[in-house]
Each structure stands twice: as structure tokens, then as C-alpha cells.
Design a protein around this ligand. Structure first.
Ligand code: ATP
Ligand code: MG
Ligand code: MG
Ligand code: MG
Length: 476
């Protein structure tokens, strides 16, 4: 007898056919009705145990969290709100669950509490939905780029390039901590380290991605990214996943078009394939918002919001326009912003969210950032002050995409590196792309967890990754 998944079973007609299901008990009522869940859907399967079929001891062992194998007949349910029951003919307990100790009782738990038991939280409806949506999004990422003929490149996890990091890197070393080899001046001698130099975990696959794009024309990476983010925010992780496409023969406008199309594609995919989960999450969010004062509640539900996003153009503005809007905003005049607003300094999440949620009421693409606040590789605009950068800002989050057209002119690039004290010798391999057949090219990075936040309506990034890595938190 082959095991059938609950989701597939519930999609079929109950005609008395014999089936075998396996899963975990969510509830057990009246010594008769078991709600069984196998993670394929939030809809539990109702197993009906006939009186007298099981002995006292077995009945006692059917507790929340226990795992079962059940064989029975699929019949139309007599109960309301469900399509079918399984009338059990045999029931085997695969694993007991101590009801006294099992932390997930059949009631609503706070997300904060569930974060402390992240190893068990997959067994809740909320996390069931979140991680099925996350899975679907990951699949859609590959589908999108595959349809467009992009080559999936695996850029390295361990790298020596520290061009971007600005102190956010995790070191990788095999040198002993207690007595590392030292140079004459007392500094650690990384020549004796495993790779013969100091290395770190990647903060972005972009530089390596550019090398590949200038051979395959269009590539993307989708892998883990590491940043020793010191602040505890609801949108930063120390380990997150990033999708980074890089395109040759592409300018900043093509880049914006691709990013917008990509985000809409991902949302559309989930709307088509994960309707049930989105409806659950939408409902959950609505209930949560009922606790908020009227003026803090959103005008649209989650699904409506996503529909609006895919059916409308993103707003496109320059950084200079963004700063002007902020300076003229009621929020600024009433001193509601915590951080300074001024041309030349980076916008904070509160500013980005103001533009999206209060001003434009739709996602916003901001281009033309001051060169001082952006990386060395971004293409310089003719005004001498700004670069061809772009950020995409989303409701509830702020920045979800950071990208740019890259500086393809060798002289401009090396000049900028000199100004920023980045030694050209260390990036000789990167500069080779500009020496041999340089082309206009562009790319962006989409933070995968921020995209999952966007689509699920969850508000804390720790709740959209299975095992969040944040300061002082890496136990499991
Ligand atoms: P932020 O301003 O939010 O710190 P960033 O500008 O430092 O982001 P980029 O270097 O532009 O980030 O990286 C590209 C994308 O990766 C960001 O737009 C964001 O979606 C995502 N990202 C960056 N840092 C993190 C992080 N610590 N945790 C999760 N996602 C991140
Ligand atoms: Mg950052
Ligand atoms: Mg940023
Ligand atoms: Mg950025």
C-alpha cells in the first residue's frame, strides 16, 4: 500500500477507495477523530477511529505531535467543513509524543515564542504556509531565468575579495586561535593560512558574476550570502539568500525593466500555485491587524495588495526626487523621522517605507544615487555626482533590490578605485573584464528573504528563513 499525500488525497474524490496516509497528529477528539497533518497542506485530514477498534493503551498514545501510519477507506465526510474522512481500518503509532512536554499545543502561539522553538515551528499552519511559499518562490526564480536563457552560475562561498564588505565579513581560517603565526610587525601571517591568504564568506557574488556575464551574456547566481550585520533589525540576517542576475549589453533602464518583470513573475507564480497558503496568510494578517488601531491597518488585504502590485507599473524616481519628496513631507515637517534626510546621505528604511506606503502607495524604483554612498563599480553619470544605481523599495520592508549599471570604462573604474583607496592589484582579475572586450552591463541583487516577506505579509525576517542567523543566535 503506497502512501498518499494529504493534499493529493483531499484533491481527489472519496469513493470508498483504500488509502494509506502518514503524518503527525494535530488534535484528537472524543477518542474518535484525529486531525492528521503531513505538511503538504494546512488542511488536516480527518481520520475516524471506530469505537472499540483500538485498545485503551493505543488510544492514550494518540497525542498531539505523535506520528501515525493509517490505512482506511476514503469516504465523504458527515461533518461540516470537510470533504472526506478516512475510516481507519488499521492504525500504527510510528513515534510517540509526550503530550505534557510537546511545546506545540493546539492553540495559537506567538511568533516570538515560535522563534524560540524554530526547530519545531514547521509543524504550525503559519510556518507550513510560509515555507511552502518560500519553496515555490525558489522554484520560480529558476523557472524565470531558465525561460529567459540565463545560465545559473555558482559563485564561490569562500572568497578573498573584500571590495564590498566594509567590515561586515565573516573570516574563514584554519589558523589556531591561541597562537597564530605572526609577521615581524606582530600582525597575523595569513600566508600560512589554508588558502595562503586571508579569506572570508561571500557578501555578494556580483564581482564573480560579472566575469561570467561577460562570457555567457546573461547569468544569475542564487546562493547563501553572509554579512556580520551588527544591528538587530527585522530585515537583516547574518546569513541570507540572494539572487543576483548580471547581464551584458544591458543598461540601467533594461535593468529596471528586468527587475520589475522578475518580481511580478514571482508573485504571479505564487498566486497561481499557492492560493491556499496565500489565503491562509492573508486571513492571519487580517486577524493580526484587527489588534491595531484603525489608522494603522492596511487598506488592502494581502492578496489584493499582491494583485495590485502585479497589475500596476512601479513608480520610477531619482534619488534627488526622493529626497525632495521626503523634505516636503508632513512626516519630515512634524519631525516624525528618526534619521536625517539630506541629499548625499543614504535613505533609511523609514524613509523608503514612507515613499512606498504613504506617498506613492506602490513599489518604487529609485535611481541616480550619490556616488559617495554607493560601491566603486557603479557606472558614473555625466553629472559627476551620481551613479547609475537602482534600489527597489517595497511596502512593509523598504529596499528589496539593490543594483546598478556597472562601470565598464577601465579608466573611469580605476580612477574611482584610487579615490576610494581600493588597491587595483587585488582586483586585477576583475579589471580584466574591462581590458578584454568590455561591454555595457548591469545587474542587481534581490534579497530572497525580503521577497518572501513581501509575498507572505510576514513582518520579521526571522520568520521566513528556516534557521535564522542573527547576532548571538546560531544554535540550530
Ligand atoms: P540594506 O540597506 O537593507 O542594509 P544593502 O543596501 O546593504 O541593504 P545590498 O548590498 O544592496 O544590500 O544587497 C542586495 C539586496 O540583498 C538588498 O537589497 C536586500 O534585499 C538584501 N540584503 C542585504 N543585506 C541583507 C541582510 N543582512 N539580510 C537579508 N537581506 C539582505
Ligand atoms: Mg546593508
Ligand atoms: Mg541599502
Ligand atoms: Mg543596497
Amino acid at each position: 500500500n503506497k502512501r498518499v499525500k494529504v493534499k493529493d488525497l483531499l484533491a481527489s474524490e472519496p469513493t470508498g477507495q483504500e488509502v494509506t496516509v502518514m503524518g503527525w497528529v494535530r488534535t484528537f477528539r472524543n477518542n474518535q477523530f484525529i486531525a492528521l497533518n503531513d505538511g503538504s497542506t494546512n488542511n488536516n485530514l480527518q481520520i475516524v477511529v471506530e469505537l472499540g477498534m483500538l485498545d485503551e493503551n493505543t488510544l492514550k498514545r494518540i497525542t498531539t505531535g505523535a506520528s501515525l501510519k493509517v490505512t482506511g477507506k476514503a469516504v465523504p465526510s458527515l461533518g461540516k467543513g470537510q470533504k472526506m474522512d478516512i475510516n481507519a481500518t488499521s492504525l500504527e503509532i510510528l513515534g510517540d509524543s509526550d503530550a505534557e512536554k510537546f511545546p506545540l499545543q493546539p492553540k495559537k502561539h506567538s511568533l516570538e515564542f515560535l522563534r524560540e522553538i524554530a526547530h519545531l515551528r514547521f509543524r504550525t499552519n503559519t510556518f507550513g504556509s510560509v515555507f511552502r511559499v518560500r519553496h515555490a518562490l525558489a522554484f520560480a526564480v529558476h523557472k524565470f531565468f531558465n525561460e529567459k536563457g540565463f545560465v545559473y552560475m555558482h559563485t564561490p562561498i569562500v572568497t578573498a575579495s573584500d571590495a564590498e564588505g566594509a567590515g561586515e565579513m565573516f573570516r574563514v581560517t584554519t589558523l589556531p586561535f591561541d597562537n597564530p603565526p605572526r609577521n615581524e610587525d606582530g600582525t597575523i601571517n595569513f600566508k600560512e593560512d589554508f588558502f595562503g591568504r586571508s579569506t572570508n564568506l561571500t557578501v555578494s557574488g556580483q564581482l564573480e558574476g560579472e566575469l561570467a556575464a561577460t562570457a555567457f551574456s546573461e547569468i544569475y547566481t542564487f546562493g547563501p550570502t553572509f554579512r556580520a550585520e551588527n544591528s538587530n533589525t527585522a530585515r537583516h540576517l547574518a546569513e541570507f539568500w540572494m539572487i543576483e542576475p548580471e547581464m551584458a549589453f544591458c543598461d540601467i533602464e533594461d535593468n529596471q525593466n528586468l527587475a520589475e518583470e522578475f518580481i511580478k513573475y514571482l508573485i504571479r507564480h505564487v498566486m497561481e500555485h499557492n492560493r491556499e497558503d496565500l489565503e491562509f496568510l492573508s486571513q492571519r494578517l487580517a486577524e493580526e491587524e484587527k489588534q491595531l488601531p484603525q489608522d494603522k491597518r492596511s487598506e488592502m488585504g494581502l492578496i489584493e495588495k499582491l494583485e495590485f502590485v502585479i497589475n500596476n507599473d512601479f513608480e520610477r524616481i531619482t534619488y534627488t526626487e526622493a529626497i525632495d519628496i521626503l523634505l516636503q513631507s508632513p512626516a519630515y515637517k512634524k519631525k516624525k523621522f528618526q534619521y536625517e534626510v539630506k541629499w548625499g546621505i543614504d535613505m533609511q528604511s523609514e524613509h523608503e517605507r514612507y515613499l512606498v506606503e504613504k506617498h506613492f502607495k506602490k513599489p518604487v524604483i529609485v535611481t541616480g544615487y550619490p556616488k559617495e554612498i554607493k560601491a566603486f563599480y557603479m557606472r558614473q553619470n555625466d553629472d559627476g555626482k551620481t551613479v547609475a544605481a537602482m534600489d527597489i523599495l517595497a511596502p512593509g520592508i523598504g529596499e528589496i533590490v539593490g543594483g546598478s549599471q556597472r562601470e565598464e570604462r577601465l579608466d573611469k573604474l580605476t580612477e574611482r578605485m584610487k579615490e576610494m583607496h581600493i588597491p587595483a592589484e587585488e582586483l586585477w582579475w576583475y579589471l580584466d573584464t574591462r581590458r578584454y572586450g568590455t561591454v555595457p552591463h548591469a545587474g542587481f541583487g534581490l534579497g530572497f528573504e525580503r521577497m518572501v516577506l513581501f509575498v507572505t505579509g510576514m513582518t520579521n525576517i526571522r520568520d521566513v528563513i528556516a534557521f535564522p542567523r542573527t547576532p548571538k543566535n546560531a544554535e540550530f
